[in-house]
Ligand binder design. Structure first.
Ligand code: SF4
Ligand code: SF4
Length: 224
């Protein structure tokens, strides 16, 4: 899932300081699971903002709504009447959701209420770990299911580097060396031949937004 963190109240307060009637839009998927931007967090943010603005002598009316997914136009369509009643919006979705909300309602200023942090996994309640950097060329099959792009400080596709030291990374002493972990994992699976296979360099020139159309839907895209 995409993991995000709520922005500090002061930052959000500053962004909407010129508005009196603001709708906070939560997202019911990734950001709800990681406790940053679901229905509950919409309520908490609205209460905090209302109190802060009242104390500052500049009261604000806040509305709240949570859609199933902000990164899907179908669900944004459902809130168009509600959006019409407000001057601006705070989105608690990831960066993709914020941009889709802004695209669907281009006349309304939209402000991000969270910092989108990473693609991660849920280790425990409220505890999330980064697992993938969406490099576009997944090599997990060769690395025993350990991501070298995320876990290695140098994002090496072929490792380890010369600095690995008794299982630790030379860049961050508290961080296990990704390539040591890969070695251990492959060793347990009797697949060490994978570690000596040279991985071609990734194409890091992802300077334009990437688009994926799944094979079964190419005709549909062309017809649009
Ligand atoms: S190699 Fe790592 S960063 Fe790349 S897609 Fe796979 S898990 Fe994600
Ligand atoms: S010590 Fe290991 S994790 Fe750290 S940069 Fe070198 S190969 Fe990557």
């Amino acid at each position: 899932m995409i993991v995000a963190e709520r922005k500090p109240l002061e930052e959000i307060k500053t962004m909407v300081s010129g508005f009196k009637n603001v709708l906070t839009v939560g997202c019911g998927t990734c950001v709800a699971v990681c406790l940053a931007g679901g229905e509950k967090e919409v309520g908490v943010l609205n209460a905090e903002l209302k109190i802060a603005r009242k104390l500052g002598g500049n009261p604000i009316d806040m509305g709240g709504v949570t859609v199933e997914r902000q990164c899907d136009m179908e669900f944004l369509e459902e809130i168009k009447e509600t959006v019409g009643q407000f001057d601006a919006m705070i989105s608690l979705a990831c960066g993709a959701g914020v941009q889709f909300l802004a695209e669907r309602f281009p006349d309304k200023p939209v402000f991000p209420g969270v910092n989108t942090s990473f693609i991660g996994a849920n280790r425990d309640v409220g505890w999330y770990e980064e697992k993938c950097r969406a490099c576009g060329t997944c090599v997990l099959g060769m690395t025993g299911g350990v991501c070298p792009v995320t876990m290695c400080a140098k994002s090496l596709f072929n490792g380890p580097c010369g600095g690995t030291n008794q299982g630790s990374c030379e860049i961050h002493k508290d961080q296990p060396c990704a390539w040591h972990m890969i070695y251990e994992r492959l060793s347990k699976q009797n697949r060490l031949e994978s570690i000596i296979e040279i991985c071609p360099p990734n194409d890091w020139r992802n300077t334009i937004p990437r688009t994926i159309v799944q094979p079964g839907y190419k005709g549909r895209k062309e017809a649009l």
